[in-house]
Design a protein around this ligand. Structure first.
Ligand code: LR7
Ligand code: MN
Length: 787
């Protein structure tokens, strides 16, 4: 300590002070430096956070655009309206479609405000073209005699975009009838997007191409490929529409800010809302905008009646409605935002018809032309199934000659719609086959959503929502949402809505694809190769009926899927009767078709089909359903799943118990159970564990234990045991629970005078006795009843 004091004396003290001061200074300095570093870091961090947030925001925006796309579109939150049409129109048009149509309301011309529809439509359909260029498709000769007293609405086209129209090269604008340049190129000014529309090489006219590939060598036909007279106007207009609809997914790269936000997704575009047609449409035309037409005039009523039989709908009215009339765009709101791949497969649209009404056939064809992107429509194939009407021959050929994409096949013998479709498919060159009935109107945007599904999965078979064109007033009527095709026994097609629970569980919107156990039959798209992989249709099916069941079971059980696509909608005239003749008895034809389907596809469930009113089809003397070897072989080769799998996985709501009743058969008088022991029938105390007491009451009304069936001994009053034979009427019994007079009895009508199964008091045997509703020894009960 004394030493230290000595050092701090004089100059030593000064030195020590300087030393301490400099250390303090150093400490302050370092602190200051540290603070400024933190400052800089904080600032940088803040900037990064802001930048990242921006990126996240932008990405979120982008993914919203994507989510609205082809898979499962999200509902438009901004506009929760369920449907695109105004509510008024919705009320007026909508009708139920569960089994019977109910709540149908005829539409009066005053009930809908045409201006609403007009402006709505005009954004889609109006195209500014010279009137001289218009295609005169219309049956304008016919005078308007209905009371469609709507105001004429000026055709203001709010959405028509002059600048957009400049983007289209009007290469052949003046010479619409002249052959076009081989390729039309359209460029969009400020994007790199280039949309090419390929023009097909001109097909050569082959007036009578002797014979197309036949179906089992039986189909005789001539094909008329109509001569090319390309309508450039249509191509241009459609191309213009296509461009207008390409979503503006802009690439936004700001290098200064170093923020890369959104990448363009080049492979998709917004679904096209094409509706190319005469412009302007005459808003006052009969049936325009899908309006109902009410005739006031008595004379006209007579005319309607007189012509009804031509098509079993109001042919008189149909002939007055423009062939290119507008119909309300009934798609759910969100459909318009769906994204569609640019490289969709092309399709051949196939219409088969026999004796179709001229105006409905043409309206069907024009609706396809007017509302399908031309690059996707490879061709339209018209298969005339040996119609008897003259206008469906040369007159039709001549009319269609103006459309290069139309091929006509005239079958030399009536084949029925199933083999006619196969004849159409045989000449089709599109990647996808799209079958349509010949009295439809395809709605706006109908095609792309169908092809998109096939594009996403070639084993998907999409169907449009089938809306109703009224057979009486030709109005276009909406149907309920969430409807899918089903069958009821004995293989009767019907519509049934998805359950609330299902909709909730799968979080479904009205625009989502709906799994469909059975298609209606007439309207669907299918990958062409896949169609053939599935063996197309069973060519043994005749004329009409059952083929929808066949193809539906085949698709589902052999690895495919059927869906109803609510963003695709097509109107169809539902008729009370077939307006054509059946070469053989109609009922027998349909029954035979159904029996073929049941035999090939239903496995052990086929007895449900026969048991629901088709017992007689089991009698080979009654009906020859033809050879089924090929079909059974096909099913084996395709390694298709069982019908039980189909019921469990595709249509679990189906009511399909394998037997009507089963278990112990209890006799109320004897209070014992029927027993099959060592080849004889007797009674024992009831015991569920005794297999010998278990019987089935089958759909074919057999009393059966394993393969042994109980039946009356021929003509006698005793009972015998037989090997079960599904066709043997002797083995059929009537039995049902309930309160009716003969409930609980087991009755045979095979022996004379209706006899009942009775437990004999003595000897524990079973006899046949005249039915007596009071006799408890004639009352029986199974453990379980299913039907
Ligand atoms: O021998 C025939 N040859 C044909 O070319 C018989 C008919 N056809 C044509 C006919 O001209 C029509 O274009 O085939 C098409 C279908 O015949 P429709 O319109 O008489 O049948 P539909 O609408 O009454 O019946 C439905 O069930 C049929 C069963 O075989 C077919 O699958 C139909 O395509 C089908 N129609 C639809 O699915 C539309 C919606 C109906 C519903 C529900
Ligand atoms: Mn039809």
């Amino acid at each position: 300590m004394i030493k230290l004091k000595r050092y701090l004396r004089g100059s030593g003290r000064v030195l020590a002070c300087v030393f301490i001061a400099s250390i303090i200074w150093l400490i302050f300095d370092m602190a200051a430096l540290r603070m400024s570093i933190n400052d800089v870091n904080g600032q940088l961090l803040k900037e990064r956070i802001i930048r990242e947030r921006e990126i996240i925001n932008q990405q979120a925006k982008m993914s919203q655009v994507k989510q609205g796309g082809f898979g499962h579109p999200v509902p438009n939150q901004a506009n929760n309206k369920p449907l695109h049409v105004d509510n008024l129109a919705e009320n007026v048009y909508r009708r139920k479609r569960t089994g019977k149509f109910i709540g149908y309301k005829q539409m009066d011309s005053n009930e809908i405000n045409p201006s609403q529809l007009q402006t709505e439509k005009s954004s889609k359909m109006r195209v500014d073209l010279d009137m001289n260029e218009q295609h005169q498709l219309d049956s304008s000769k016919t005078k308007t005699t209905t009371k469609t007293a709507d105001k004429v609405i000026p055709n203001e086209n709010k959405h028509s975009n002059v600048e957009d129209s400049k983007m289209v090269e009007h290469s052949n604008k003046k010479n619409v009838d002249v052959a076009p340049k081989p390729q039309v190129k359209i460029e969009q000014a400020n994007t790199t997007a280039l949309l090419k529309l390929k023009k097909e090489p001109h097909p050569v006219k082959t007036p009578t191409n002797p014979l197309i590939k036949d179906v089992k060598g039986k189909v005789n036909s001539t094909i008329t490929e109509t001569q090319v007279k390309t309508n450039v106007k249509d191509e241009e207009v459609k191309a213009k529409e296509a461009l207008q609809s390409v979503p503006k997914l802009q690439e936004k790269v700001d290098l200064k800010e170093n923020v890369t936000v959104v990448r363009k997704k080049p492979g998709v575009h917004k679904v096209l809302s094409l509706d190319v047609t005469q412009s302007p449409r005459n808003p006052n035309a009969v049936g325009q905008f899908g309006r109902a037409v009410i005739l006031s005039n008595k004379d006209e009523d007579a005319e309607v009646k007189r012509r009804w039989a031509e098509g079993h709908f109001n042919v008189y009215l149909s002939d007055q409605i423009p062939l290119d009339r507008a119909i309300p765009d009934t798609r759910p709101e969100t459909c318009k935002d769906n994204l569609i791949h640019n490289d969709l497969p092309s399709t051949s649209v196939i219409f088969c018809f026999v004796d179709e009404v001229w105006s409905t056939l043409l309206r069907s064809v024009h609706s396809v032309f007017n509302r399908s992107p031309p690059n996707l429509l490879k061709e339209i194939i018209l298969v005339d199934d040996c119609s008897t009407r003259d206008y469906l021959k040369e007159q039709l050929d001549n009319y269609m000659a103006q459309f290069p994409k139309v091929k006509i096949i005239h079958l030399k013998e009536r084949q029925g719609l199933i083999r006619a479709r196969m004849a159409g498919a045989a000449v089709a060159t599109g990647d996808v086959l799209t079958f349509l009935d010949s009295h439809v109107e395809c709605n706006v945007g109908w095609l792309e959503p169908l092809l998109e599904q096939v594009y996403l999965d070639r084993k998907k078979v999409p169907c449009p929502v089938i809306e109703v064109i009224s057979d009486k007033d030709m109005s276009y009527v909406l149907v309920d949402n969430f409807q899918r095709g089903i069958f009821r026994w004995p293989l009767v097609f019907g519509w049934s809505p998805l359950s609330e629970d299902y909709i909730k569980k799968h979080n479904m919107t009205i625009a989502d694809p709906i799994r469909c156990p059975v298609m209606a039959g007439g309207l669907f798209s299918i990958d062409r190769n896949y169609f053939y992989e599935l063996g197309a249709y069973d060519p043994g099916l005749d004329v009409w009926g059952g083929e929808n069941m066949e193809i539906s079971f085949k698709i589902w059980m052999c690895g495919g899927e059927i869906e109803i696509i609510p963003c695709s909608r097509v109107g169809h005239i539902f008729r009370g009767q077939n307006p054509y003749k059946f070469p053989k008895d109609r009922q027998k034809t349909v029954e035979r078709n159904l029996a073929r389907v049941a035999e090939v596809w239903l496995d052990e469930y086929k007895d449900l089909f026969y048991g629901h009113g088709y017992h007689h089809l089991l009698d080979k003397k009654h009906i020859d359903i033809g050879d089924l070897e090929d079909q059974i072989e096909l099913r084996k080769n395709l390694k298709c799943k069982s019908f039980k799998w189909y019921l469990d996985n595709v249509y679990p709501e189906a009511d399909a118990p394998i037997v009507k009743a089963e278990g112990l058969v209890f006799n109320q008088g004897l209070r014992k159970c029927l027993t099959l022991h060592k080849g004889s029938l007797l009674f024992e105390t009831c015991d569920l564990n005794q297999q010998s007491q278990h019987f089935n009451y089958t759909w074919l009304r057999n009393l059966q234990r394993e393969n042994v069936c109980i039946g009356p001994e021929s003509k006698g009053s005793s009972i015998a045991l037989y090997l079960c034979d599904r066709a043997n009427v002797q083995l059929r019994w009537n039995h049902r629970l309930g309160s009716s007079l003969m409930a609980d009895h087991i009755i045979t009508d095979y022996v004379w005078g209706r006899m009942c199964l009775e437990a004999a008091l003595k000897g524990d045997s079973v006899l046949l006795r005249s039915c007596d509703h009071n006799n408890v020894f004639q009352k029986w009960e199974f453990t379980h009843y299913f039907a």
